[in-house]
Design a protein around this ligand. Structure first.
Ligand SMILES: *Cc1c(COP(=O)(O)O)cnc(C)c1O
Length: 404
């Protein structure tokens, strides 16, 4: 077994070696600019980009012409939200999203609010799902976009995209989805799911960092976004800038591997995830966060009550890489806004760990993790006054805490 063990595949994934092999020639002998129309170096690069565009499109059931390559999902999120806001300004200025979206979506929404947009941030239930009735009632004549993520990066909850798109269709509003965590992991089909714009990223699906895509529907309806990057008019005028040819080739290869291996990968990885989760839930006072019946197959987010996630991680983080439910901001440890939106108190949010398994996770690594995490939780609880009080039957929620 190689240390450290990587269980943070929601943050990023390693490149599949097959992806690297496909990319390498495009750094050296095939280094051309895909926009160079008058010599073979350009043609070779353009051909490679066209092929990758087909591979990426096929993974999501789209047409190659509907793929706009970007630098990643953050850029695609920004292009979708700001681009629709500008392009459809005549129609209205209202956008609907949810409180558990990725910061790239939330901050793009905050940005356009300063430019006159009205944004509704829908709450979620304790599993992380939006309320469909509430969504429908929130859509007005001024609504130009509904932006709901396909699957959440912290807890893995998968939204009911088909039901959401049916509502959007009925009300005549566009649907954008940040599907960065879903694409390549679970079947995503823009037509079956009724999605008009969709963001995703290569480095979350065993491709390279710095490349992603925005899917933009071309018919029923034909969707357009105003470019946020002006220049040479690349990507049908929606995203200027010399294409990252090696990155795009890697993205295409990664997409094809995901498409071909998805079933086998999911079967293997979800079995390991379930083994991990079942074992860790044998620990007293541990709680799974998210929606167990509609969840990404490789994610498990668990709160171990009465221990602190960051402290827990320090117990083993030289050997195991995971994420905790506390986001480290400059001055303090803020509990995750996603977990808080699911209704977790600060204590449960702070005591959570996110395990993100992946294509290269082994059973041996899972077994080691079960041992190490269980031991650390028990050890920390032994020295925890809260745990002692809980064990003595005190009602800890009744204690008055000093607030600062
Ligand atoms: C990782 C992630 C992003 C950001 O993607 P980048 O390609 O790193 O910019 C956006 N949304 C979600 C849901 C993500 O998980």
């Amino acid at each position: 077994m190689n240390f450290p063990i990587y269980l943070d595949n929601n943050a990023t994934t390693p490149c599949d070696p097959r992806v690297i092999d496909a990319m390498l020639p495009y750094f050296t002998s095939k280094f051309g600019n895909a926009a160079s129309r008058n010599h073979p170096f350009g043609w070779v690069a353009e051909e490679a980009v066209d092929y990758a565009r087909e591979q990426v499109a096929k993974l999501i059931g789209a047409d190659a012409k509907e793929i706009i390559f970007t630098s990643g999902a953050t850029e695609a999120d920004n292009l979708a939200i700001k681009g629709v806001f500008e392009m459809y300004a005549q129609k209205g200025n209202h956008i609907i999203t949810a409180v558990t979206e990725h910061k790239a979506v939330l901050d793009a929404c905050h940005h356009i609010e300063k430019l006159g947009a009205k944004v509704t941030y829908l709450p979620v239930n304790n599993e992380g799902l939006i309320n469909l009735e509430e969504l429908e009632n929130t859509i007005t004549d001024a609504t130009i976009l509904v932006a709901i993520m396909y699957a959440n990066n912290e807890v893995g909850t998968i939204q009911n995209m088909k039901a959401i798109s049916a509502i959007c269709k009925k009300k005549g509003t566009l649907l954008f989805s940040d599907a960065t965590q879903a694409v390549g992991k679970i079947p995503v089909d823009v037509n079956a799911d009724g999605i008009d714009l969709m963001a995703f990223s290569a480095h979350k699906m065993y491709g390279p960092k710095g490349v992603g895509a925005l899917y933009v529907r071309r018919k029923n309806p034909r969707v357009k976004v105003t470019a946020q990057m002006d220049g040479g008019g690349h990507e049908r005028g929606m995203r200027s800038g010399t294409l990252n040819v090696p990155g795009i080739v890697g993205f295409g290869t990664a997409a094809e591997i995901c498409r071909l291996d998805m079933e086998a990968d999911t079967a293997r990885i979800s079995k390991l995830r379930d083994k991990l989760e079942t074992a860790l839930c044998k620990i007293e006072e541990s709680y799974v966060n998210g929606c167990v019946s509609s969840r990404l197959p490789h994610v498990s987010n668990i709160s171990f009550k009465y221990v602190e996630g960051e402290g827990l991680m320090m117990g083993f983080n030289k050997n195991i890489a995971v994420s905790s439910g506390s986001a480290c901001t400059s001055a303090s440890l803020e509990p995750s806004y996603v977990l808080k939106a699911l209704g977790l108190g600060d204590d449960l949010a702070h005591s959570s760990l996110r395990f993100g398994l992946g294509r290269f996770t082994t059973e041996e690594e899972v077994d080691y993790t079960i041992e190490a995490v269980s031991k650390t939780v028990l050890k920390l609880r032994e020295v925890s006054p809260l745990w002692e009080m809980f064990k003595e039957g005190m009602d800890i929620n009744a204690i008055e805490w000093a607030h600062h």
